[in-house]
Design a protein around this ligand. Structure first.
Ligand code: 6GU
Length: 236
């Protein structure tokens, strides 16, 4: 997979050379390009924003640099890219979307700052490419950069061969194999720590009973913390 990121803060993406994503890059599973949007400005001050038509607070990112940047980055791979635009006004980013993006050949992340990108750039993306406007949750970040770090990690770990033990993908929270419940609690040695014992069931060696106990804990947790997930579950 090829991933390109367009941002006015390219330094934000240094952490992508670490950890699991960094290894995928080092192994050539992922090719990563980080691009400074200012490269596609032509004025002395490398201006990327301007005041909003209609008035109001804040600044809006100008369309021209974005148009040139998208044209240039599209040309870096033979396939038509999938565009991801992080925005608090997007659809909630989910594990299902992460799996869908993990199957694409070329992802391009367009990081907006200020009050966002001129809507004509977004409309152009929807008309020209497969485009997803996604949000990480109901709170506001200053720009899309931190969201891109999160989304990239969620996507790259799902590319076949990136995770050492793919079985670990099956039981985790939000996986289909776990019926999209939150994950049950996990324990390791010692059996008692600061007076807290590991639940006895897990020491029983009865694998059927342990699986049932874990499912009950997963249901209990989901009911308490994310009742919305139970409501939208397919009937089982
Ligand atoms: Cl994806 N972007 C920004 N700027 N703020 C957010 C977000 C994304 N998700 C939640 N808040």
């Amino acid at each position: 997979m090829r991933i390109d990121v367009i941002s006015i803060f390219p330094d934000y993406f240094a952490p992508l050379s670490l950890s699991l994503v960094g290894k995928a890059i080092a192994r050539g599973v992922v090719e990563l390009g980080i691009h400074d949007l200012r490269r596609w400005t032509h004025d002395r001050h490398h201006t990327t924003d301007d005041t909003p038509y209609g008035g109001g607070a804040g600044m809006v990112m100008k369309p021209e640099p974005w148009g040139e940047a998208l044209d240039a980055v599209e040309a870096l791979s033979p396939s038509r890219p999938t565009i991801v635009i992080p925005t608090p006004a997007g659809e909630p980013f989910t594990q299902a979307r992460a799996y869908e993006l993990a199957a694409r050949d070329h992802l391009v992340f367009a990081c907006g700052r200020y009050e966002g990108i001129d809507q004509r750039v977004i409309d152009h993306c929807h008309d020209t490419y497969d485009t997803f406007e996604v949000s990480l949750g109901d709170y506001v970040l200053n720009g899309g950069e931190v969201a891109v770090l999160a989304i990239t990690e969620a996507v790259v770990r799902l590319i076949p061969g990136v995770i050492g033990n793919p079985e670990s993908l099956f039981e985790e929270s939000h996986s289909d194999d776990n019926d999209r419940l939150l994950e049950y609690p996990n324990y390791t040695k010692p059996p008692v720590w600061r007076g807290r014992a590991v639940p006895e069931m897990l020491l029983s060696g009865n694998h059927g009973a342990i699986a049932q106990w874990r499912r009950e804990r997963a249901l209990e947790r989901t009911r308490e913390r994310r009742p919305d997930l139970l409501a939208e579950r397919p009937p089982s």
